[in-house]
Ligand binder design. Sequence first.
Ligand SMILES: [Zn+2]
Length: 168
Amino acid sequence: MVFAHLPAGYLIARAVMQRTGPRPGLLLAGMAGGVCPDVDLLYSALLDDGWVNHHQYWTHKPFVWLMVWLLAELLGRVSPRRLALALPLARVFLLAVLGHLLLDTLTGIIWWAWPWVDQPYTLAGIPDRFDTPLLNHLFHWTFALEMAIVALAGWVEWGRRRWGGRFA
Ligand SMILES: [Zn+2]
């Protein structure tokens, strides 16, 4: 998924804020986490000539992010006062990263069991029905889901601007 990552991160942050209340930076952390794993596209395009599926890089490995989350929680326990502001941001960021990986699993492949099992997993996958990957993507049902996520995020933001915090 290409278009849904940023709005999905937005929605995750908004959902968290429904429980915790608004906090500075949470929305930005969610949106950054929603797109963060795809920074490897730059590496893939510039240094790997696009030969390697970017989902094979560490930025798309759930285990790596779960270890980062574990480290963040441990640091939060060691120094709770210092990380009182940063830990909630890290949690939302990492939640959005995992949301990104779940969405990627719908249309692509993700190594969920790595490093124990070196096998990619996909939920739907996109079959090659057309000559161009873009057309395959546009005419697959997951694209409708992607647009629904974009629309939902737009609707939530519109409602917030119109009715304020009572909306979502
Ligand atoms: Zn991705």
